[in-house]
Design a protein around this ligand. Structure first.
Ligand SMILES: [Zn+2]
Length: 75
């Protein structure tokens, strides 16, 4: 399980079940296991601090590589 955090203020945003060792390019919404502070404004997902981490795309969040960090392990 990965914990996705804001790349700016390090606030925890959500827990995500990542399958595969690759980069975190997309987060499928049905694998988001717990939401913390993630906010949706229009098509954009982000942190309460205003940092945008990704955009809505067909049941997933297309992640902005510069916008987030994560801790934890991939499966
Ligand atoms: Zn933030």
């Amino acid at each position: 399980m990965l914990t996705i955090k804001c790349g700016k203020c390090k606030t925890k945003l959500f827990k995500y079940r990542k399958i595969g060792k690759g980069k975190v390019l997309k987060c499928h919404k049905n694998r988001i296991k717990k939401s913390y502070k993630i906010e949706k404004v229009g098509e954009e997902y982000g942190c309460p601090c205003g940092n945008v981490i990704g955009v809505d795309e067909d049941g997933a969040i297309k992640m902005n590589d510069q916008g987030f960090i994560y801790t934890g392990t991939k499966e």
